[in-house]
Design a protein around this ligand. Structure first.
Ligand SMILES: Nc1ncnc2c1ncn2[C@@H]1O[C@H](COP(=O)(O)OP(=O)(O)O)[C@@H](O)[C@H]1O
Ligand SMILES: [Mg+2]
Length: 237
Protein backbone atom coordinates (compact mmCIF):
# COMPACT_ATOMS: atom_id res chain seq x y z
CA UNK A 1 0.00 0.00 0.00
CA UNK A 2 1.27 3.52 -0.77
CA UNK A 3 2.56 5.69 2.05
CA UNK A 4 -0.05 8.22 3.10
CA UNK A 5 1.66 10.04 5.89
CA UNK A 6 5.29 10.38 6.77
CA UNK A 7 7.01 12.02 9.70
CA UNK A 8 10.76 12.45 9.27
CA UNK A 9 13.27 13.52 11.91
CA UNK A 10 10.47 15.01 13.98
CA UNK A 11 11.61 17.03 16.93
CA UNK A 12 9.43 18.95 19.34
CA UNK A 13 10.78 21.21 22.02
CA UNK A 14 8.76 23.02 24.64
CA UNK A 15 10.20 25.92 26.54
CA UNK A 16 9.00 26.75 30.01
CA UNK A 17 10.93 29.60 31.61
CA UNK A 18 14.63 28.86 31.18
CA UNK A 19 14.25 25.13 30.77
CA UNK A 20 13.73 23.48 27.38
CA UNK A 21 12.04 20.13 27.20
CA UNK A 22 12.70 18.01 24.12
CA UNK A 23 9.66 15.76 23.95
CA UNK A 24 10.34 14.22 20.53
CA UNK A 25 13.91 13.63 19.39
CA UNK A 26 14.00 12.66 15.74
CA UNK A 27 10.92 10.50 15.36
CA UNK A 28 10.44 8.63 12.06
CA UNK A 29 7.02 7.24 11.30
CA UNK A 30 5.22 6.29 8.10
CA UNK A 31 1.57 5.31 7.85
CA UNK A 32 0.37 3.51 4.75
CA UNK A 33 -3.01 3.76 3.16
CA UNK A 34 -5.49 1.58 5.05
CA UNK A 35 -3.12 0.79 7.89
CA UNK A 36 -3.96 0.75 11.62
CA UNK A 37 -1.04 1.92 13.71
CA UNK A 38 -1.22 1.91 17.50
CA UNK A 39 1.09 4.12 19.53
CA UNK A 40 1.58 3.31 23.18
CA UNK A 41 3.91 4.68 25.82
CA UNK A 42 3.93 6.11 29.33
CA UNK A 43 2.03 9.23 30.24
CA UNK A 44 4.03 12.31 29.27
CA UNK A 45 6.03 10.44 26.61
CA UNK A 46 4.78 12.78 23.88
CA UNK A 47 2.07 10.66 22.26
CA UNK A 48 -0.43 13.51 21.98
CA UNK A 49 2.33 15.81 20.80
CA UNK A 50 3.20 13.39 17.99
CA UNK A 51 -0.46 13.03 17.03
CA UNK A 52 -0.83 16.82 16.86
CA UNK A 53 2.26 17.16 14.62
CA UNK A 54 1.09 14.48 12.20
CA UNK A 55 -2.48 15.76 12.25
CA UNK A 56 -1.48 19.23 11.13
CA UNK A 57 -2.51 20.74 14.46
CA UNK A 58 0.89 21.72 15.85
CA UNK A 59 4.13 22.58 14.07
CA UNK A 60 7.29 20.52 14.76
CA UNK A 61 10.43 22.30 16.03
CA UNK A 62 12.35 20.44 13.31
CA UNK A 63 11.63 17.74 10.76
CA UNK A 64 8.87 17.29 8.24
CA UNK A 65 5.36 15.96 8.09
CA UNK A 66 4.46 14.78 4.60
CA UNK A 67 0.91 14.00 3.61
CA UNK A 68 0.78 12.56 0.10
CA UNK A 69 4.35 13.85 -0.27
CA UNK A 70 3.36 17.42 0.54
CA UNK A 71 5.00 19.07 3.51
CA UNK A 72 2.05 20.03 5.73
CA UNK A 73 3.90 22.84 7.46
CA UNK A 74 5.03 24.49 4.23
CA UNK A 75 1.44 24.88 3.13
CA UNK A 76 -0.57 27.94 4.06
CA UNK A 77 -2.71 27.85 7.20
CA UNK A 78 -5.79 27.67 4.96
CA UNK A 79 -4.49 24.72 2.97
CA UNK A 80 -3.50 22.88 6.15
CA UNK A 81 -6.94 23.50 7.65
CA UNK A 82 -8.50 22.21 4.47
CA UNK A 83 -6.48 18.98 4.65
CA UNK A 84 -7.33 18.52 8.34
CA UNK A 85 -11.00 18.88 7.52
CA UNK A 86 -11.10 16.93 4.31
CA UNK A 87 -8.50 14.17 4.60
CA UNK A 88 -8.25 13.59 8.35
CA UNK A 89 -10.66 12.76 11.13
CA UNK A 90 -10.06 13.19 14.85
CA UNK A 91 -11.37 11.32 17.89
CA UNK A 92 -10.37 12.51 21.35
CA UNK A 93 -10.58 11.05 24.85
CA UNK A 94 -13.32 13.42 26.01
CA UNK A 95 -15.30 13.29 22.74
CA UNK A 96 -15.20 17.06 22.12
CA UNK A 97 -18.78 17.22 20.90
CA UNK A 98 -20.47 20.61 20.74
CA UNK A 99 -22.84 20.50 23.74
CA UNK A 100 -25.55 22.72 22.19
CA UNK A 101 -25.84 20.59 19.06
CA UNK A 102 -27.69 17.30 18.64
CA UNK A 103 -25.86 14.12 17.67
CA UNK A 104 -26.98 14.62 14.07
CA UNK A 105 -25.81 18.24 13.98
CA UNK A 106 -22.47 17.31 15.50
CA UNK A 107 -21.90 14.72 12.79
CA UNK A 108 -22.89 17.21 10.06
CA UNK A 109 -20.44 19.82 11.34
CA UNK A 110 -17.30 18.89 9.36
CA UNK A 111 -19.29 19.06 6.13
CA UNK A 112 -20.45 22.56 7.00
CA UNK A 113 -17.02 24.13 6.86
CA UNK A 114 -16.40 26.12 3.67
CA UNK A 115 -15.21 24.08 0.74
CA UNK A 116 -12.86 25.40 -1.86
CA UNK A 117 -13.37 24.45 -5.42
CA UNK A 118 -10.40 22.90 -7.12
CA UNK A 119 -8.41 22.28 -3.96
CA UNK A 120 -9.21 18.58 -3.95
CA UNK A 121 -7.31 17.93 -7.16
CA UNK A 122 -4.25 19.71 -5.79
CA UNK A 123 -4.02 17.10 -3.06
CA UNK A 124 -5.20 14.12 -5.09
CA UNK A 125 -8.66 14.08 -3.51
CA UNK A 126 -12.04 14.38 -5.14
CA UNK A 127 -13.96 17.61 -4.65
CA UNK A 128 -17.12 17.23 -2.60
CA UNK A 129 -19.58 19.96 -3.41
CA UNK A 130 -23.18 18.80 -3.07
CA UNK A 131 -24.59 19.91 0.31
CA UNK A 132 -28.00 18.26 -0.10
CA UNK A 133 -27.11 14.74 1.07
CA UNK A 134 -25.21 15.93 4.14
CA UNK A 135 -28.06 15.42 6.59
CA UNK A 136 -28.84 12.01 5.11
CA UNK A 137 -25.21 10.96 5.25
CA UNK A 138 -24.92 12.05 8.89
CA UNK A 139 -28.02 10.02 9.76
CA UNK A 140 -26.65 7.00 7.89
CA UNK A 141 -23.34 7.30 9.76
CA UNK A 142 -25.12 7.42 13.11
CA UNK A 143 -26.92 4.25 12.06
CA UNK A 144 -23.62 2.68 11.09
CA UNK A 145 -22.08 3.38 14.51
CA UNK A 146 -25.11 1.83 16.22
CA UNK A 147 -27.07 4.96 17.16
CA UNK A 148 -29.98 5.08 14.71
CA UNK A 149 -32.35 6.13 17.48
CA UNK A 150 -30.23 8.90 19.01
CA UNK A 151 -30.15 11.46 16.19
CA UNK A 152 -31.79 14.25 18.15
CA UNK A 153 -30.15 13.63 21.51
CA UNK A 154 -27.83 16.24 22.95
CA UNK A 155 -24.40 15.02 24.10
CA UNK A 156 -25.45 15.39 27.76
CA UNK A 157 -28.27 12.94 27.07
CA UNK A 158 -25.86 10.26 25.83
CA UNK A 159 -23.55 7.85 27.68
CA UNK A 160 -19.78 8.16 27.25
CA UNK A 161 -19.68 5.25 24.83
CA UNK A 162 -22.52 6.75 22.81
CA UNK A 163 -20.81 10.14 22.70
CA UNK A 164 -17.66 8.47 21.40
CA UNK A 165 -19.70 6.73 18.71
CA UNK A 166 -21.02 10.14 17.66
CA UNK A 167 -17.42 11.38 17.56
CA UNK A 168 -16.46 8.45 15.31
CA UNK A 169 -19.39 9.21 13.00
CA UNK A 170 -18.33 12.87 12.90
CA UNK A 171 -14.76 11.85 12.07
CA UNK A 172 -16.13 9.83 9.14
CA UNK A 173 -18.32 12.59 7.75
CA UNK A 174 -15.91 13.84 5.08
CA UNK A 175 -14.68 10.35 4.13
CA UNK A 176 -11.19 10.84 5.56
CA UNK A 177 -8.22 8.76 4.56
CA UNK A 178 -6.77 8.76 8.07
CA UNK A 179 -8.36 9.09 11.50
CA UNK A 180 -6.24 10.21 14.45
CA UNK A 181 -7.45 8.91 17.80
CA UNK A 182 -6.01 10.19 21.08
CA UNK A 183 -6.87 7.80 23.94
CA UNK A 184 -10.30 7.13 22.40
CA UNK A 185 -11.16 4.57 25.08
CA UNK A 186 -9.44 6.36 27.97
CA UNK A 187 -12.67 7.60 29.52
CA UNK A 188 -14.68 4.41 28.99
CA UNK A 189 -15.02 1.14 30.89
CA UNK A 190 -13.10 -1.71 29.26
CA UNK A 191 -16.13 -3.36 27.67
CA UNK A 192 -17.37 -0.13 26.09
CA UNK A 193 -13.80 0.72 25.08
CA UNK A 194 -13.43 -2.65 23.36
CA UNK A 195 -16.65 -1.97 21.43
CA UNK A 196 -15.28 1.37 20.22
CA UNK A 197 -12.10 -0.36 19.03
CA UNK A 198 -14.22 -2.98 17.24
CA UNK A 199 -16.13 -0.18 15.56
CA UNK A 200 -12.86 1.30 14.33
CA UNK A 201 -11.77 -2.07 13.05
CA UNK A 202 -15.04 -2.40 11.14
CA UNK A 203 -14.57 1.05 9.58
CA UNK A 204 -11.03 0.11 8.62
CA UNK A 205 -12.10 -3.17 7.04
CA UNK A 206 -15.14 -1.86 5.18
CA UNK A 207 -13.86 1.53 4.09
CA UNK A 208 -10.10 1.13 4.14
CA UNK A 209 -9.69 4.14 6.43
CA UNK A 210 -6.24 4.28 8.06
CA UNK A 211 -6.00 4.88 11.81
CA UNK A 212 -3.36 6.17 14.16
CA UNK A 213 -4.53 5.24 17.66
CA UNK A 214 -2.78 6.51 20.75
CA UNK A 215 -3.83 4.35 23.68
CA UNK A 216 -3.01 2.56 26.91
CA UNK A 217 -5.53 -0.15 26.07
CA UNK A 218 -3.91 -3.57 25.58
CA UNK A 219 -6.85 -4.62 23.39
CA UNK A 220 -5.73 -2.21 20.69
CA UNK A 221 -3.00 -4.59 19.58
CA UNK A 222 -5.75 -6.97 18.45
CA UNK A 223 -7.00 -4.53 15.86
CA UNK A 224 -3.71 -2.81 14.96
CA UNK A 225 -1.49 -3.89 12.07
CA UNK A 226 1.45 -2.45 13.97
CA UNK A 227 2.02 -1.34 17.54
CA UNK A 228 4.89 0.99 18.28
CA UNK A 229 5.88 2.55 21.53
CA UNK A 230 7.11 6.03 22.26
CA UNK A 231 9.71 6.35 24.95
CA UNK A 232 12.53 8.77 25.70
CA UNK A 233 11.59 10.88 22.71
CA UNK A 234 11.85 8.06 20.20
CA UNK A 235 9.70 5.35 18.66
CA UNK A 236 10.45 1.69 19.33
CA UNK A 237 8.97 -1.20 17.34
N1 LIG B 1 2.23 23.26 25.30
C1 LIG B 1 3.14 22.68 26.10
N2 LIG B 1 4.08 23.43 26.73
C2 LIG B 1 5.01 22.86 27.51
N3 LIG B 1 5.11 21.52 27.73
C3 LIG B 1 4.20 20.73 27.14
C4 LIG B 1 3.17 21.26 26.30
N4 LIG B 1 2.43 20.23 25.84
C5 LIG B 1 2.96 19.11 26.38
N5 LIG B 1 4.03 19.40 27.16
C6 LIG B 1 4.86 18.43 27.87
O1 LIG B 1 5.34 17.51 26.91
C7 LIG B 1 5.35 16.20 27.43
C8 LIG B 1 4.56 15.28 26.50
O2 LIG B 1 3.20 15.64 26.54
P1 LIG B 1 2.10 14.79 25.77
O3 LIG B 1 2.43 14.78 24.32
O4 LIG B 1 0.78 15.35 26.15
O5 LIG B 1 2.32 13.33 26.37
P2 LIG B 1 1.38 12.04 26.35
O6 LIG B 1 0.25 12.30 25.41
O7 LIG B 1 2.26 10.90 25.91
O8 LIG B 1 0.91 11.83 27.75
C9 LIG B 1 4.78 16.27 28.83
O9 LIG B 1 5.86 16.25 29.73
C10 LIG B 1 4.08 17.61 28.85
O10 LIG B 1 4.10 18.16 30.13
MG1 LIG C 1 -1.77 12.40 25.70
Amino acid sequence: MPVLMEGTALTKRYRSGQAALEVLQGVELAISSGEVVAVTGPSGAGKSTLLHLLGGIDRPSAGQVLYRHKDLYRLSEGERAWIRNRAFGFVFQFYHLVPELTALENVMLPARLPRRKGWGRRFGLSDVSDPAPIRQRAADLLGQVGLPSRLNHLPAELSGGEQQRVAVARALMNKPELIFCDEPTGNLDSRTGAQILELMQEVNRKQGTAFMIVTHEEAVSRIANRTISLKDGRLWD
